[in-house]
Design a protein around this ligand. Structure first.
Ligand SMILES: *Cc1c(COP(=O)(O)O)cnc(C)c1O
Length: 426
């Protein structure tokens, strides 16, 4: 084990990390339910669902079965000129559970690529119809949409982790981040900056992209459905497409199957990923309307994208099983139950001076601090308390698997309180 870890440290790059990190990597031997088993046999509760994705927990019999059944048929086949049952069934399922205006779907391998495809759809929608002016995207500050170049160009230039590429990226337009809290009463002032940007630049804007209700990796911010509703209305008024990035929020995380449901709106283009396969494999999809595809295909054009592992049968089979499991489970009750416990248990953090705000929606809990976190110090503190939490910026946050039992969730929340309390005294 020590040799393996030494090799990792010497040769393997990890997310947003130096080539030879000083921080110790935790070695995971296996994972079951909500627990990760570390090299020394210690078990820690995963508060992160491996970045939003593992909604049913680890090592789930139904998902394992789906993978092995598909494996015996074929694990992969190209999607150019060929098709297969797992992809078709999954497309049927996704189109059935999303807004009925969405009628087409493109499978890709990751959330970032689903965003690239969404951007291509939006740009081609206009260019195929002969409009060469609409070459920009209107995005929001504090937004996060992925790590590939198109996706980076619509992430918050500062908190979106991509300031290193500032001069290289396509120059898009940014509106102020949504400030109206989830339950706050609405005022038109909240939307003024967005409206002004649209008014000034709509002729060059192909689409607006936004994470509905919860801005994730750019700041873990939760905002009013009314804001999203106004975004939809203004997109219509100014003739720009609306892309909703539900890669993090999709499949029940916020308490609705898709977060846009809170606002009673529908997107022109929708991105899903992360929890799509229950965290088993990398798979994403971009959904869109008949009208958008008709525009994309005007004058004999077609959507120009086609990943090698498009609609990978193994991933599609597991995604089918995951959706079936989710939709046949009392997921809404579970998410509500998590929210109630977080309100009480994580809410205790409000008593700490170092805490700026506690934000909770569905199975998402966020504690924002007045100062930046210290990962190197906090990580062993969390592990000591039997939990896996991975804070960033000034945010300590969790989005546990929906199946987390009450006791484990209380342990997770208690650990967060204690670690922040100890951090305050440092
Ligand atoms: C994680 C994320 C992405 C990128 O997905 P990857 O699978 O990491 O490429 C895009 N948008 C949002 C909102 C995300 O949370």
């Amino acid at each position: 084990m020590r040799e393996l870890k030494a090799f990792d440290k010497e040769h393997i790059l990890h997310p947003y990390a130096p080539a030879n990190p000083t921080a110790e990597m935790q070695f995971v031997k296996s994972a079951t339910g909500v627990y990760l088993e570390l090299e020394d046999g210690r078990r820690v509760i995963d508060g992160m669902s491996s970045w939003w994705s593992v909604i049913h927990g680890y090592n789930v019999a139904e998902l394992n079965d789906a993978a092995t059944t598909q494996l015996a048929k074929m694990s992969h086949v190209m999607f150019g000129g060929l098709t297969h049952e797992s992809a078709i069934k999954l497309a049927q399922r996704l189109l059935a559970i999303t807004d009925k205006s969405l009628e087409y779907l493109f499978f890709s391998d990751s959330g970032s690529v689903s965003v690239e495809v969404a951007l291509k759809m939006a740009f081609q929608f206009w260019s195929s119809q002969g409009n060469r002016e609409k070459t920009k995207i209107l995005a929001f500050s504090k937004g996060y949409h992925g790590d590939t170049f198109g996706a980076m160009s619509v992430c918050d230039p500062v908190t979106g982790m991509h300031s290193a590429f500032e001069g290289i990226l396509h120059k898009n337009i940014f509106a102020d981040a949504p400030e109206c809290a989830f339950e706050a009463s609405w005022s038109e002032e909240y939307i003024e900056d967005f409206k002004a940007k649209l008014e000034a630049h709509h002729k060059e804007i192909a689409a607006v992209i936004v994470e509905p209700i919860v801005q994730g990796a750019g700041g873990m911010r939760i905002y009013s459905p009314h804001f999203l509703k106004r975004v939809r209305e203004l997109c219509d008024a100014y003739n720009v497409l609306l892309i909703l990035d539900e890669v993090a929020t999709g499949f029940g995380r916020t308490g609705r199957l898709f977060a846009y449901e809170y606002a009673g709106i529908a997107p022109d283009i929708l991105c899903v990923g992360k929890a799509l396969t229950g965290g088993y494999m990398s798979l994403a999809a971009t959904l869109t309307t008949k009208a958008v595809m008709a525009g994309v295909e005007a004058n004999g054009n077609v959507l120009m994208h086609g990943p090698t592992f498009m609609a990978n049968p193994l991933a599609c089979a597991v995604a089918n099983a995951s959706l079936e499991l989710l939709l046949n489970s009392p997921w809404q009750k579970r998410v509500e139950g998590i929210e109630e416990i977080l309100q009480v248990e994580l809410g205790r953090c409000n008593a700490l001076e170092i805490v700026k705000e506690v934000r909770i929606l569905g199975a998402i809990g966020v504690v924002e601090l007045h100062r930046a976190v210290d990962l190197a110090w906090m990580t062993p503190e969390f592990i000591e308390r039997g939990v896996w939490v991975r804070p960033f910026l000034n945010l300590v946050y969790i989005m546990p698997p929906f199946v987390i039992p009450k006791e484990e969730l209380e342990q997770l929340s208690k650990a967060i309180f204690e670690v922040i309390e100890a951090y305050e005294k440092r």
